[in-house]
Design a protein around this ligand. Sequence first.
Ligand SMILES: Nc1ncnc2c1ncn2[C@@H]1O[C@H](COP(=O)(O)OP(=O)(O)OP(=O)(O)O)[C@@H](O)[C@H]1O
Length: 285
Amino acid sequence: METLKVSQITKKYGRQMILDDISLTIQPGKIYGLLGRNGAGKSTLLNLIVNRILPTDGTIKLGNDEINDNDVALTQFYLMSEVSLYPKHVTLKQMWEMADLSYGSFNFNRARRLLKEFDIQDENVKLGSLSTGLQTAAKLIVALSVNANYIFLDEPILGLDANHRDVFYQELLKAYEENVKTYVLSTHLIEEIQQLVEHVFILDNEKITVDADVEDLLGEMFVISGPAMLVEEYVKDQNVLGTRSLAGIKTAFVRGALSEEKEIPDQIQIKHPDLQQAFIYLTNK
Ligand SMILES: Nc1ncnc2c1ncn2[C@@H]1O[C@H](COP(=O)(O)OP(=O)(O)OP(=O)(O)O)[C@@H](O)[C@H]1O
């Protein structure tokens, strides 16, 4: 598998800047999270990568080749998007056959097994007759069974209940272990994907503001809480992203190494945030 390189991509709609000079590298065989607030441009970026839309400026390459109109490169990419591109009367089996026709070697056995896991009775059922959550499940079955090296999942858990979300997380890991591919997940359910993704990109204000391994990112962020005056004194010279106060207890969110010279008062607690907390403080206006 080759490396996917997005270089200095700009996307404008009319005069509106959506993505401004974005560069990032997606390595083969990793699971990525693409995070951003509503309207940050996540779907736009994924659509650019799979060549459904064209950039205003910049290039996207797989290995040494530009992906623009490059069928060999594009058959390595599969995008499951929020918007359903399937007509409502199509059956699940027909969706599988279409994926088989476009990408070859569709994993029909896995698709049939996943059908049961998602409690869908029959592969001949029409997509449009399923509930919103099960329509998502039907699209996920294709994404997890299709023969493509790069799988992009745009809001893959939209409408799925907790049990079916759990099925998806387990099955994604199973598919990944059986056949290492690259997955890029764009979702707002950040808490749930923290254990799944190795590396995150955060899109904010038209730019990539975070491009880091989850472990490194969380390792350099701290949640410091305790009596307000002690916390204020302790974080005085640190890079404080935000604070919260409740009943005399203050919590400060800090990014960057903590001073080793400063003594930590006993009443102060320091821990690392989870990915969702980190995201909130990194993207708060
Ligand atoms: N075809 C289009 N024409 C004009 N503007 C568009 C078009 N597609 C997207 N946009 C605008 O681009 C911006 C980014 O949209 P996009 O759907 O990429 O964001 P997102 O991060 O996926 O959002 P969400 O998390 O809400 O799904 C929005 O302001 C949107 O209105």
